[in-house]
Write a protein that binds this ligand. Structure first.
Ligand code: ATP
Length: 361
C-alpha cells in the first residue's frame, strides 16, 4: 500500500439539504502515522470533513480512501476509526474503566470482560489514567476527561484517529500541556491522526502538516513553517501568525511601489520570489511584525500608539494610513508609547497580494 496516501480524499463535495455548499471539491492526503491538523475559522467546513471521514455524513460527491480502499459505502463502525468529540461524550453513569472498556463490550466483536479489561488497562496506562479507573467522569478535570476520551477512542485499535477541537473545553495552560501530551501519545501509538482546530498556534505546534480551509476550500496544505514564510494568498498570510501580519495598501507603477508615505523600488525586491510578472495596479503589501523593525532610516515613519508586552517580546503598535500595524521587538528595545520611530521592512520577507488576494511576490 501507499503509506504516503494512507488517507486520501478526492474531489470531495458536500451540499447540505438546505443547498449550502459546505465543502467544494476538496482533495488531500495524509501520510501513515502523521498527525495532520485541519485548520480554519468557524464554519469553514472542518467538522463536515471529519464527519464524512467517520461515515457520519455522506459526501455529495467525491471519494474517501483508507489504505487505498474506498470507504464511502462502508458503515461507520466498519471504518476502523476512533473519534474524540469536542465534548468528550463520556457516559456519566459509568466509571472511567467502564467507559474505556465500553466499545469492546458491545456490538459484533463483543469481548469477554477480562479480555476487554486488559486492553482497556493497556490504553489507560498509555494515557496515564490508571489511578482514575473507579472514578465517574463528573469528578474529573477537563484534562482527565480528555484522556479518558482518547483512551476510549484507542481501545479498538483504530487505523485512524479523528479529533474534533479536543482541547476547546480546557483552560489556556492546560491546553498547552495536553496538546503536547496528545502529540507524544499519538506518536507513541503510531496512529494516523486528523486533528481539527481553529487555533493556528495549536495547529503549528502539533501538526506534522496543516491543511488550512476557508469557505469549504483548501487555502494551503503544507508544513507549518510555510504558512509563515510562503503563504499562498492574503487569507493564509492573515490567518496564520501572532501578532497578525501588517497590511499596507500600495500602488505599483513601473518599478515603483508606492504606499501612503513610502516608496519601494521593485528592483530592491528579491527577483527569485516573484510568482509572476508584476503589472501596474493596486496591491496589498504585507509584512510580518518581526520583519518591520525600528531603524535609523526606514520605509515608514510612525508614532507609537501603545506598547504591549508578550512574554519575551514587545509589540509596538502604530497607526499607518488609518490602519493599526505592529512591529515585534525584543524586550530591551527602549521605545515607549508616544515615541516617533522609523521602521524598516525586510524586503526579502514582504509579500504582495493582488486584488483577488493571490500572491504575486
Ligand atoms: P466550527 O469550527 O464552528 O465547528 P466548522 O469549520 O467545523 O466550524 P462545519 O460545522 O463543518 O464548520 O460547517 C460548515 C458550514 O456548513 C457552516 O456554514 C455551517 O453553518 C454549515 N452546516 C453545518 N451543518 C449543516 C447542516 N446540517 N445543514 C446545513 N448547513 C450546515
Amino acid at each position: 500500500m501507499n503509506d504516503d496516501k494512507f488517507v486520501e480524499v478526492k474531489n470531495l463535495k458536500k451540499v447540505y439539504d438546505n443547498g449550502h455548499e459546505a465543502i467544494k471539491d476538496v482533495s488531500f492526503s495524509v501520510k501513515k502515522g502523521d498527525l495532520v491538523c485541519l485548520l480554519g475559522p468557524s464554519g469553514c467546513g472542518k467538522t463536515t470533513i471529519l464527519n464524512m471521514l467517520a461515515g457520519l455524513l455522506n459526501p455529495t460527491s467525491g471519494d474517501i480512501l483508507f489504505d487505498g480502499k474506498s470507504v464511502v459505502n462502508v458503515a461507520p463502525k466498519d471504518r476502523q476509526i476512533g473519534y474524540v468529540f469536542q465534548n468528550y461524550a463520556l457516559y456519566p453513569h459509568m466509571t472511567v474503566l467502564q467507559n474505556v472498556m465500553f466499545p469492546l463490550t458491545v456490538g459484533k466483536q463483543k469481548m469477554p470482560k477480562d479480555k476487554a479489561k486488559a486492553i482497556a488497562e493497556k490504553y489507560m496506562e498509555t494515557t496515564q489514567i490508571m489511578e482514575l479507573a473507579d472514578q465517574k467522569p463528573g469528578n474529573l478535570s477537563g484534562g482527565q476527561q480528555q484522556r479518558v476520551a482518547i483512551a476510549r477512542a484507542l481501545v479498538q485499535e483504530p487505523k485512524i484517529l479523528l479529533m474534533d477541537e479536543p482541547l476547546s473545553n480546557l483552560d489556556a495552560r492546560l491546553r498547552l500541556k495536553i496538546r503536547e501530551e496528545i502529540r507524544t501519545l499519538v506518536k507513541k501509538v503510531g496512529i494516523t491522526t486528523l486533528f481539527v482546530t481553529h487555533d493556528q498556534e495549536e495547529a503549528l505546534s502539533i501538526g506534522d502538516k496543516i491543511i488550512l480551509f476557508n469557505n469549504g476550500v483548501i487555502q494551503q496544505d503544507d508544513l507549518g513553517q510555510n504558512f509563515y514564510l510562503e503563504p499562498n494568498n492574503y487569507f493564509v498570510a492573515n490567518f496564520v501568525g501572532n501578532p497578525v501580519i501588517d497590511n499596507f495598501k500600495v500602488t505599483v507603477h513601473g518599478d515603483k511601489i508606492t504606499g501612503s508615505d513610502f516608496e519601494i523600488n521593485v528592483n530592491d525586491l528579491d527577483k527569485s520570489r516573484f510568482k509572476r510578472d508584476l503589472t501596474d495596479g493596486e496591491y496589498t503589501l504585507s509584512v510580518r511584525p518581526e520583519n518591520i523593525l525600528p531603524a535609523e532610516t526606514g520605509h515608514v515613519s510612525a508614532k507609537v500608539d501603545d506598547v504591549e508586552l508578550i512574554g519575551r517580546e514587545r509589540i509596538l503598535k502604530f497607526t499607518h494610513d488609518g490602519v493599526q500595524a505592529r512591529s515585534l521587538v525584543n524586550l530591551e528595545t527602549p521605545i515607549k508609547a508616544g515615541d516617533g520611530i522609523n521602521l524598516k521592512m525586510r524586503l526579502d520577507r514582504v509579500f504582495l497580494f493582488d486584488k483577488e488576494g493571490e500572491r504575486v511576490y
